[in-house]
Design a binder for this molecule. Structure first.
Ligand SMILES: Cc1ncc(COP(=O)(O)O)c(C=O)c1O
Length: 418
């Protein structure tokens, strides 16, 4: 083939294949509760009104030329203030990098810290680390996590792999699970990294942490967000944070992300992201700078948005708990943060009314799409084995009414199995 080995070897997204099945049924006029995409229906969840007005105003003010490579200074200063007031984190404008959403920052972190062949540790399930390892020819070490720890990694899971590793990629609240680190669990992981770095010789690459906290403003009830640098300040030289506006302001299409970390790493990331040209549009940057400083507007939006997302997650959670109490082989983990619910539908080996045996999570998902008109994403799309019967349900693109209406259909579909 006349294309690069890298392009040939990149694996396609399993979620896109599922989207194909859903679209096929939609074409036939069927109404599917689509819980597959980590996005929002912007008619159900529009961006904050103040942000929208400010973006329009920025275009009216002709903010349409190239932004600086590391982002508009006023936005980097505004992010710096936001980090201080919301997280107690001290990062100056020169330790912050703006890009077109958060993805270029993740890729930029990999390209800045990881050489081909370097070991990168990440939990499974997790979001896209396998693809970033492929893109950078890193040697990915997947650590399988477990339902009894809410699918979050522990120090014991990670410790056996840290020798010689270059990066540990962590995320909390986690996509795909909607679960979060407990303080003591993250502290223990931090201590493993500190111990490992103490054991390394001068001149040797340290073990870095990529800490993706893009969902950190979306936490529910008593669940609190923790980060490695607040828990262990001595890690500050080794942590690159990924954050941004896409999820917390329902602004996935606005494309403003921010990363922060040690100035020399951010400087190198700036050069890499600059060559990619993966900047956030200038008008959106100018608008975001003002919006982040408007604490009342931010709080107002978050209060309302979180309440609505939580209602949808709770409806799904209680729906599955109800089915469980009726004796169906399902389960769900309490929603903690983000826009996701972790659901188990343990019907592997069962036979459908038309005589098909459900052999793996893909079969289960197809059955639910056809019979329950509800679509989830198997954890296998996030790096676990196909035998696991756990799924991600994402509530941002569905109305509460559609979610509530799906539960009786799931009941019927489960009752039909033998
Ligand atoms: C954990 C996590 N990090 C980063 C991103 C990327 O966000 P963006 O749309 O800002 O590129 C996503 C998007 O789904 C995500 O789930």
């Amino acid at each position: 083939m006349s294309i690069s080995r890298l392009a040939q070897n990149l694996t396609g997204s399993e979620i896109i294949k599922i989207a194909g099945e859903i679209n096929e049924l939609k074409k036939q006029g069927q109404n599917i509760a689509n819980l597959t995409i980590g996005d929002f229906d912007s008619n159900i969840y529009p961006i904050p009104a103040e942000l929208k007005q400010a973006i329009v105003q920025s275009y009216d003010n002709n903010q349409t030329n190239y932004p600086p490579a590391d982002g508009v200074l006023d936005l980097r200063q505004s992010v710096s203030e936001f980090l201080k007031t919301r997280y107690g984190l001290e990062y100056a404008a020169n330790q912050i990098l703006i890009s077109g959403g958060s993805r270029p920052l993740i890729y930029g972190t990999y390209l800045t810290l990881v050489d081909p062949g370097d070991k990168v540790i990440f939990p499974a399930p997790s979001w896209n680390n396998n693809h970033y390892c492929d893109l950078t020819s890193a040697s990915g070490v997947m650590v399988q996590t477990h339902a009894d720890n809410n699918f979050m990694p522990t120090a014991d899971d990670i410790r056996p792999h840290v020798k010689g590793a270059t990066m540990l990629a962590l995320c909390s609240p986690l996509n795909p699970t909607g679960t979060m680190f407990r303080k003591s669990d993250l502290e223990a992981i931090c201590d493993v990294v500190i111990e490992e770095n103490k054991s390394r010789k001068a001149g040797e690459k340290p073990l870095y942490i990529l800490y993706d906290q893009i969902y950190s403003q979306l936490t529910f009830g008593d669940f609190e967000h923790y980060d490695p640098v607040s828990l262990r300040p001595e890690l500050k030289d080794y942590v690159v944070f990924i954050d941004g506006s896409s999820k917390c302001f329902a602004a996935t299409g606005v494309r403003v992300g921010w990363g922060f970390g040690p100035a020399h790493i951010i400087d190198n990331m700036k050069a890499i992201v600059g060559h990619m040209g993966a900047w956030a549009p200038k008008a959106e940057q100018v608008a975001m700078a003002g919006f982040l400083r408007n604490a009342a507007a931010v709080d107002n939006f978050l209060d309302n948005f979180k309440q609505r997302i939580r209602k949808s997650l709770d409806a799904l959670y209680t729906g599955f708990q109800q089915l469980k109490s009726e004796g169906f082989p399902v389960n769900a983990i309490e929603p903690m943060g983000a826009i996701y619910l972790t659901v188990q539908i343990d019907i592997k080996g069962k036979t459908t009314p038309d005589g098909k045996v459900l052999n793996d999570s893909a079969d289960i998902n197809s059955y639910l799409i056809k019979e329950a008109k509800g679509a989830l994403v198997p954890f296998s799309a996030f790096g676990t084995g196909h035998d696991l019967t756990w799924f991600r349900a994402s509530v941002g693109a569905c109305s509460l009414a559609d979610i509530e209406a799906m539960i009786p259909r799931v009941r019927e579909a489960l009752a039909k199995l033998k």
